[in-house]
Structures are given as C-alpha cells and as structure tokens.
Design a protein around this ligand. Structure first.
Ligand code: B12
Length: 482
C-alpha cells in the first residue's frame, strides 16, 4: 500500500444545473482540503464543467487506487452511475467509493450495486482518508463494504467538531473560480446542521448538531472569494443565523466590504430589529421555508412555527424593504385538498402584504430515514427498490401514492412561473407568454387540463438544453438573465 497515495474525487452533473449560479461542490471540496493537509495528492472533477476525458487523463497519468463519487438523492444519481460505469469499464482495478447524503441514508441498497465497492456514510473527511491510506477496513468508522457477497456496516463515524470545521478551507487551487463566481455572484456554506427537527429534512438523521465557522473564519474565506470577484453572496447554510454573535460581527464585515447577500431564516427567527440591521448591512433577500398555509400540516412537518409567524415575517420584510423568497410544499402525507387551498390562499395573502416576494411550491418527496418517510409508507408510498430508480425522482412530479397528482403537478409548475421574477424581469417573449397563461391559471386557480405539464414532460430535455446554455446565467439578485 503506497503511503500518501493520489486520489480523485468526483461531483457528478445535476439536472437543470444551468438554471442557477453553480454552487461549488463543497461535498468533495472539504474532503479534498482535509486530504491536502495529510499530504495526499487529490484531484477534483466537477462534471458540470469537467469532461470524462479529463478524468481519464488523470487516471492514465497517475497511480490511483480509489475514486470517490458524491451523490444526493435525485437526478444526480443517474450521472453518478454513468461515471461509475465508465470508470469500472475503462479501469477495472479502480475501487469506487460512493459518499454523500444518498449513500449515507441507503448504504445497503447502494452497495448492492455491483459497480460500487465502498460506501462512506456521513462526513467523509476522516473515513475517506483512512480508507485510501490503508487502514484496516474493519476499523474505519462510517465505512460500509462488501466481503464475500456480504455487506458490512462499521459503526457510525463521529461528526467533525467545531475546531475541525474551522480548520477547513475552500481549496481554490483545485477548482476554476470562474465556474462558481459569476457576475459577482457566489454561493457559500459556512456551517453544518440545524437544531430544528423538521420531519422531512435530512438533518434529523445527518447533521444533528449545528457547527459553524466563526465570524473570523467566514471573513478569511470570504476575503479570498472577494479577491476572485465575489460581491453578491448567497449563504446556503441550513441555519445561517444560529449564532447571533457571529451574525453581528459578519454584518459589520458585509458593510465594510460593501457586499450584498441573501440567506435562509426561519419565519419565527425574524423580528424588526434583526431585519433592520440586516437591511442596513447589505441583506437584499431572505429565504423562508414556509412550507404550508395549514397549521395541521405545519405540525405534521414539525416546523414548530405558526401561520401567523409566516404572515408576520411578510409584514416585517415588506416594512423594512427586504425581498423575500418563500418555499412551500404540497403532496404531504396527511394533507387534504382543503389544506392545499389554505396554502394557496396564504401565498396570495403574503403577496398582498409584500408584492416584492417570490415563491415556489414543490411536491414533497419523502426521503428515506426522515420522519415523514415513515408516514408516507403508511399512506402507500412505494420507495424505489434499487439504486438507479432513485435517479428518476423529481420534485415537480407527484409520487404514485398521492391523490390528485395532476393537480399537484400543475400547481407546482404554475408556481415555478408565477412565483419567480425571471419570467417578469426579462423581456424574452416565450417567458412573457408562459407568464401570461400562468398568471391566468394562478389568479383563477384553474389547474385542470395541464397541457403545460404535458409539454414540460415532453420537452424537458430541450428546455434543459436551452437553460444550460453556458454563455448565460441567471442573476438571483437582479433577476436578470446575464
Ligand atoms: C447546495 C445544495 C444544492 C445545489 C446543488 C449542489 C451543488 N453543490 O451545486 C442545488 C441548488 C443545485 C441543489 C438542488 C437540489 N437539492 Co440540494 N442542497 C444543497 C445544500 C444546501 C448544500 C450541499 C452542500 O454542499 N453541503 C455541504 C457539504 C460539505 O455537505 P455534504 O454535501 O453533506 O458533504 C459531506 C458528506 O455528505 C460527505 N460526502 C459528500 N459527498 C461525498 C463523496 C464521497 C466520496 C465521500 C467519501 C463523502 C462524501 O462528506 C462531505 C463532507 O463532510 C444541501 C443541504 C446541506 N446543507 O447539505 C441541499 C440538499 C443536498 N439538497 C437536497 C435536494 C433534495 C435537492 C433537490 C433534489 C431538490 C429539488 N429541487 O429537486 C435538487 C436537485 C438537484 C438536481 N436537480 O439534480 C437535499 C438532499 C436530500 C437527499 N436525500 O439527497 C438536501 C440535503 C437539502 C435537505 N434539507 O433535504 N441543492
């Protein structure tokens, strides 16, 4: 076993990746950063930009034994299987290690795929290093492996602690910053986990402890991104505001550096003083997981918020002049048509209070190992039985066990047009026409005869091709296609 081997980490494509500013593949970047610190030579490939040919060249020029592949549940699994198949076919000796949320929640089913040799569950930094550095596989926490056709799952690995998280750096030398910093836009994650226990979220099983970069660490990493041209920041933290002292210090930094930003916040975390401070320190937008207009459904989702918290948040952001983006869900086990109506009417109420708000309505997909997953199973949900089938799930498609599938899908599709400013802010005739019909449907709540749904499914690949045109991207702050 060669000491300090070379390895490759791969982030497969995503569907409709062109529809938004690409988020750096932090899933593999922080593992790569950890490996670099152990003097491991690691190469990172983001297949949204890099080609199979580049991966092949790296393999041909280096003595590589292990390759790590990341995947979240959904379309990314198809792309992850494609590259895994390609690698196994062309480099038979290579050992493939899958990691990331999907392999973590379904390690057994993932390893039943004969192309995959190892699964690392949970945070990959330490277990991946131990595996490629030759530690006895029976002793690697978080590792699942095959032996004589039997699958073994070693004990769970420990979460990285706060100081280990604060030692992490974005390894800019391994990626092309121009792929991720576009028109000043940059997406960053400065923490892991969330103290709340929403029944549909992976955090209840995955990151059940909030650990974040200190304000100083955030500034250190943001300074580098600013040097690469970042001016408009999007924080994808599940709970960016969890530590109020950190937020206070960061606000000063954003003002000094004249940075504008958007982040996610719970509706019950917002109050006038926080909103005013945020506004005065560069906050342009706040993203809220509002989920439902029915208190019964909010309780099924264990959101621990009330409908009036959602209304209150809309008043505050409107009065303070911060743009809001609300995310809603329908197709929830235990939800009935009346609950869906409550959600639609609450969305309309929010827009009356704050016409400057955006929204999207997604159809809940019950992810394994979440509380809502068990509820869905009781309602007749039939989960995919093999790895590849998980690649077919789509948040704009209603699962088979749900009633009124067409209605749910038409509401989701109509909201994707009515709820987003891109269709209003850009003088592009097809977008304007789509918006005109969607507005009519939305105002009159006519969601039958779903021709849009039919055409979307028919021309999805064409639409994705048009959206994924490399020369243009969507600016989430100006809502302009640039
Ligand atoms: C950024 C992001 C996106 C980006 C894409 C990711 C990117 N880099 O561009 C965008 C916006 C495109 C996106 C879209 C979607 N997303 Co998203 N997204 C996230 C988010 C906010 C951050 C991901 C991240 O970078 N995390 C930080 C890294 C460090 O954590 P990590 O990914 O878990 O990686 C660690 C471990 O998992 C492990 N690991 C990961 N990969 C590997 C690989 C190997 C080899 C090893 C050993 C270990 C390993 O080690 C890493 C370091 O410790 C997460 C929530 C979250 N906070 O993680 C949701 C999340 C991953 N998304 C989710 C979902 C469902 C989606 C969508 C399917 C939703 C939809 N609209 O349809 C889409 C689908 C995209 C598509 N069309 O294919 C879910 C996934 C649930 C699941 N069961 O998979 C999450 C968890 C949100 C949630 N709360 O449920 N997403």
């Amino acid at each position: 076993m060669k000491k300090n081997p070379t390895t490759i980490l791969i982030y497969p494509q995503l569907e409709f990746a062109g529809a938004q500013i690409p988020t750096p593949p932090y899933s593999i970047l922080f593992i790569a950063d950890y490996l670099l610190k152990q003097n491991i030579d690691v190469k990172v490939f983001d297949l949204r930009f890099d080609s199979y040919k580049q991966v092949k060249e790296a393999l041909s020029n280096n003595d590589i034994e292990y390759i790590g592949v990341s995947a979240m549940t959904g379309p990314q699994i198809n792309y992850a299987l494609q590259i895994t198949k390609y690698l196994k076919k062309n480099f038979k000796y290579i050992k493939i290690v899958w990691g990331g949320i999907h392999a973590t929640i379904l390690p057994e089913q993932t390893l039943q795929n004969k192309l995959i040799d190892f699964v690392i569950r949970g945070e990959g930094e330490k277990p991946y290093y131990e595996l490629i550095n030759g530690k006895n596989i029976k002793q690697i926490k978080g590792l699942s492996y095959k032996n004589k056709n039997k699958i073994h799952h070693n004990p769970k690995s420990d979460l990285l602690n706060k100081s280990e998280i604060n030692e992490q750096k974005i390894p800019w030398k391994l990626i092309n910053s121009k792929n991720y910093i576009r028109n000043g836009n940059f997406i960053i994650i400065t923490s892991r986990g969330c103290p709340y226990r929403c029944s549909f979220c992976y955090n209840s099983i995955f990151n059940n402890r909030w650990r974040g970069w200190t304000a100083e660490k955030c500034m250190e990493e943001l300074d580098k991104a600013v040097d690469y041209g970042a001016k408009k920041l999007t924080f994808y933290d599940d709970n960016f505001f969890a530590n109020s002292q950190r937020i206070k210090d960061l606000f000063k930094y954003f003002k000094e550096k004249e940075l504008i930003w958007k982040a996610e916040l719970r509706v019950d975390q917002l109050n006038y003083s926080l909103a005013i401070k945020a506004k005065n320190h560069g906050c342009e937008q706040l993203f809220f997981g509002a989920e439902s207009g029915s208190q019964k459904v909010l309780d099924i989702l264990n959101k621990e918020v009330t409908v009036s918290d959602i209304i209150n948040s809309a008043r505050i952001v409107n009065d303070v002049g911060i743009q809001a983006d609300y995310s809603w869900m329908i197709g929830i086990p235990g939800e009935n048509c009346n609950d869906v109506r409550k959600t639609l009417s609450l969305i309309k109420k929010i827009r009356e209070i704050n016409s400057n708000s955006e929204f999207s309505i997604k159809i809940l997909f019950p992810y394994p190992k979440t509380v809502i997953y068990e509820k869905a199973l009781k309602k007749g949900f039939k989960p995919p039985q093999i790895l590849s089938e998980w690649g077919n799930i789509r948040r704009e498609r209603a699962s088979k066990y749900l009633k009124h599938k067409n209605l749910l899908e038409m509401i989701a599709i109509t909201s994707a047009i009515v709820g987003k400013k891109i269709f209003k802010e850009n003088n592009i005739p097809p977008l304007k026409i789509l918006r005109f019909f969607a507005d009519f449907r939305w105002d009159k709540e006519i969601f039958s005869f779903g021709i849009e749904n039919f055409f979307f499914k028919l021309f999805k690949d064409v639409i994705e091709k048009v959206i994924s045109d490399k020369d243009t991207s969507y600016d989430p702050f100006s809502h302009k296609i640039v």
